[in-house]
Design a protein around this ligand. Structure first.
Ligand code: ATP
Length: 358
């Protein structure tokens, strides 16, 4: 998959922007705040139907405007598809492929896979488990529509079960049987999600380890551990935590409490990793994500590299560029504040490179 043309209207600070893109490497260079990251965000938006910054959709509409649109010509094997996303303040978001609207956003996810590496990835290390779960969900959903379906059903059931627990507390009443109606779908979807998450992380680990060692020059060992309540039987867990859930008025056990432990040399990387090591870890993790998506879907994700050259030493940057320049990586988008630095880093690359000054 690759994007031949991109056109933005009123997307964040870009009122009109039209770009003819290189099939290989595209760089957006310019000063702070000119809108380089916003272009990557528009490309990410085309891929998953939302911003990677996770803010409200309306914040993506240029200030004082009523709508934004993102349009792209996407090379899909032999044919070209036109993808269009329009969001207006008055109506629902519309995502169209070749003029046909998708009924649900979930039907679009996976069509144009993407992987983004950005300074915001640091939140994956520093934030709570929720951001790591979101990352895991976004990553698996791009490769597996069954997973996304199970996740949507699980979240719906969880909300209903929690609402009932709150209702019991409010009315000083409890009915075990009506609560248990939700247990069966929760267990069914929860177990499916657990198995898929466990499997995905297991297969991600060796790929990530390889990338980490290639970029860092083969020193530290890094590892991701998947932690889940569902290592125990979920049905037993729900029974055992019934009284607790009743008091807390929410469901305390399940895959909505899962987490990923990021480790370096058997210690949390958050505690023992330098800034450069943490960044290398995140880059390796994202490159591994890219390889897994490619293996599972047969599609090469577009790779979005935002401000990647900061915090990595020259040796690591060279290693990284050598890696992504190999033929198993597809179309790449890079942002940087220094045009000369970008040109110098990419000087040995033979593929066509487009550099846009924003
Ligand atoms: N809805 C919006 N309407 C208008 N401008 C916006 C909107 N949302 C963000 N911006 C502007 O976009 C700019 C930030 O763009 P972006 O993050 O892409 O910059 P950048 O070129 O990547 O900068 P840096 O080099 O600092 O990372 C800011 O000037 C911000 O005010």
């Amino acid at each position: 998959m690759r994007i031949n043309k991109l056109s933005l209207h009123n997307f964040k600070n870009h009122d009109h922007l039209q770009l003819d893109l290189s099939a290989q490497i595209n760089c957006f260079v310019g000063n702070n705040g000119v809108g380089k990251t916003n272009i990557l965000d528009a490309l990410y938006y085309l891929s998953v139907g939302k911003s990677f910054l996770g803010n409200s959709d309306f914040n993506n509409i240029k200030n004082d405007c009523d709508f934004f649109s993102i349009e792209a010509e996407v090379q899909n094997e032999e044919k070209e598809d036109i993808l269009k996303i329009i969001l207006s303040k008055e109506s629902k978001k519309v995502i169209k492929k070749n003029d046909k609207s998708y009924d649900r956003l979930a039907d679009h996810v996976g069509y144009l896979p993407s992987v983004i590496i950005s300074p915001y990835d640091q939140n994956l290390i520093s934030d709570s488990g929720e951001s790591r779960r979101k990352f895991l969900d976004a990553m698996i959903s791009q490769t597996d529509s069954d997973y996304l379906f199970a996740l949507i059903q699980y979240q719906k059931t969880l909300q209903q079960r929690n609402a009932l627990l709150k209702n019991f507390a409010k009315n000083r009443y409890f009915d075990k049987d009506s609560l248990e109606i939700y247990d069966e779908p929760l267990i069914k979807h929860g177990e499916k999600i657990f198995a898929k998450r466990k499997n995905f992380v297991e297969l991600l680990n060796p790929v990530m380890q390889n990338f980490y060692q290639s970029i860092s020059g083969g020193k530290e060992e890094v590892y991701i551990t998947y932690q889940s309540d569902l290592e125990q039987d979920y049905s037993d867990l729900l029974s055992q935590s019934l009284e607790k859930d009743r008091v807390l008025t929410y469901t305390s056990k399940g895959i909505h409490k899962d987490d990923l432990l990021f480790e370096m040399m058997h210690y949390p990387i958050k505690k023992v990793g330098s800034q450069g090591q943490q960044k290398t870890f995140l880059v390796a993790l994202k490159l591994a994500q890219m390889i897994r998506i490619k293996e599972l879907t047969g599609k090469t994700p577009i790779l979005l590299l935002d401000d990647i050259f900061d915090k990595l030493d020259d040796k690591r940057v060279t290693q990284l560029i050598d890696l992504v320049n190999q033929e198993n990586f597809g179309q790449i988008f890079i942002t940087d504040t220094h045009k000369e630095r970008t040109e110098s880093i990419l000087k040995d690359i033979k593929e066509p490179i487009n550099i846009y000054e924003i």
